[in-house]
Design a protein around this ligand. Structure first.
Ligand code: PLP
Ligand SMILES: N[C@@H](CCOP(=O)(O)O)C(=O)O
Length: 464
């Protein structure tokens, strides 16, 4: 399998290459040269597989040339062995139509673990025996940070720098990062927003002072391997609900557009998907883009679903590339205008090509209402991000015979205050997380200034 950049001006790489590279050298994101597909018979034959076996089967076409299906299965077994539920990502029924896909049974209680536990093993495999030392730089609005840190803490030849917006993540989210005291972990609180942090991370990949000195890699969903691992659970859920004979709709709490893009990839591979519902909070740039063609950056409003307080969604570029007919120059031009002006308009033709997507926005009351509905009518305590997608799922007008699966992206105990306000229930942290509030924290605060952050990274980076 070969990978190309969405901006058409970087070397093509194999799977090992894109995993280590993270972002393409032209600023674009790597995508497979063509979407691999399964026949309906092949999908039917996946029924009944364990999560690990299914993961190896679904991902094998993407790793071909770098890892065999057997090698991949071994890595998946190691990655998913750390999950607290035997089903890895269990499916729970809410009512006659609504289902929850619980993605929070990994070590840090969010869907990020599904991909990042595997990515830790992939890094180790691709670095082993060589003399490369990797410097990972990532941005987090709360969940990627701890999942990535837990995946690489203490690993040899890797230093990780994680940027989070100072004071804008929950206490649990911050402590899940800052109480990991392994010497290769560097937490940086930025006096700015997640978008500021993400922009600095991307800028480092194009900065020759950085790239000539150290080998950079990414743990955010700009790294293709992240998305690849997230495709699996769409197959997992749909197969249990009757695929490939029956279509399934998914409702996805969305910020950086990675999780829902993984659903789009599953559909490109042949999974019968009825609809992908892109659910946003009041930071609704993606809702405006899909509903009206207006992809324009506004200012970020802090919400009780802080992981989705995002304006510039990295993976939307991967969709734009497909909507532009996989034309790298056209995508590069569009992204250049977007980076300059903070806006770009989707044509009607592009919007109609994106017809699999439907979008919705939930405000604070709608989010709380969905938490209350889940608790009072279905006896489920859900987190604020999941609630946004539940609100969208219940109001999407999907035909009653189509199951709707909401991706439950975080454990409610990550956001106890918001959950308690809505339901009266204060969820407690699972024992496996330990007592975060008794542990020492370590992080530094830096201004939202690219040079200050870059110099800090260069001063502490991994060197072979
Ligand atoms: C709990 C939670 N839900 C939803 C999202 C949004 O996912 P994505 O950025 O893949 O759109 C995030 C952040 O990524 C998150 O941490
Ligand atoms: N919500 C995310 C933001 C980063 O998203 P990613 O999927 O691109 O890593 C977070 O929790 O950090």
């Amino acid at each position: 399998m070969h990978y190309i950049s969405t901006r058409g001006n970087a070397s093509n790489l194999d799977f090992a290459g894109v995993t280590l590279a993270g972002l393409a050298s032209d600023g674009g994101l790597y995508v497979p040269r063509a979407w691999p597909t399964f026949t309906q018979a092949e999908i039917k034959a996946m029924r009944g597989l364990t999560y690990v076996d299914l993961a190896a089967k679904v991902m094998a076409p993407f790793t071909a040339g770098s890892l065999s299906e057997d090698e991949l299965r071994e890595l998946c077994a190691a990655a998913y062995g750390s999950f607290s539920h035997a089903a890895v990502t269990p499916l729970t029924q809410l009512d006659n139509q609504q289902w929850l896909l619980e993605l929070f049974h990994g070590p840090t209680l969010a869907f990020k673990d599904v991909a990042l536990q595997l990515l830790g093993h992939l890094f180790e495999r691709f670095l082993s025996g060589g003399d490369k030392a990797l410097t990972i730089v990532g941005a987090t609005s709360g969940d990627t940070g701890s999942a990535a840190i837990h995946a690489v803490a203490g690993r040899e030849n890797i230093e990780i720098f994680m940027l989070h917006p100072h004071g804008r993540v929950s206490d649990v989210q911050r402590r899940q990062m800052t109480t990991v005291l392994a010497p290769n972990v560097h937490n940086i609180a930025i006096e700015g927003s997640f978008d500021d942090a993400q922009a600095m991370v991307k800028r480092m990949f194009g900065d020759s002072e950085v790239t000539s000195a150290i080998t950079l890699s990414a743990v955010n969903s700009i790294n293709w391997a992240r998305l690849m691992a997230q495709v699996v659970y769409y197959f997992w859920a749909a197969l249990q609900l009757g695929a490939p004979e029956r279509k399934v709709a998914f409702s996805v709490p969305t910020g950086n557009f990675g999780d829902v893009f993984a659903g789009y990839v599953a559909a490109q591979m042949g999974l019968p998907v009825e609809r992908l519902i892109v659910a946003t909070n009041v930071n609704d740039i993606l809702h405006r883009a899909l509903a009206k063609g207006d992809y324009s950056v506004g200012s970020v409003t802090p919400t009780a679903a802080p992981s989705m307080d995002i304006q510039v969604s990295s993976n939307f570029e991967r969709l734009l590339f497909d909507l532009e007919g996989r034309d790298g120059s056209a995508t590069a031009e569009r992204m250049k205008i977007f980076e300059q002006d903070g806006k770009t308009a989707l044509t009607d033709a592009m919007r109609s090509k994106a017809g699999l997507f439907q979008s919705a926005r939930a405000d604070a009351n709608e989010m709380s209402g969905a938490m209350r509905w889940a608790y009072e009518k279905c006896a489920e305590v859900i987190d604020p991000h999941t609630a946004i997608a539940i609100h969208a799922a219940r109001n999407a007008g999907i035909s009653a015979d189509v199951p709707v699966v909401t991706l439950a992206t975080a454990h409610p105990a990550k956001f106890p205050d918001a959950v308690e306000r809505a339901t009266g229930v204060r969820p407690s942290l699972p024992a496996r997380v330990g007592n975060l509030f008794d542990r020492e924290e370590r992080f530094i605060v830096l201004p939202s200034d690219y040079v200050a952050v870059r110099d800090h990274v260069l001063g502490h980076a991994a060197r072979a």
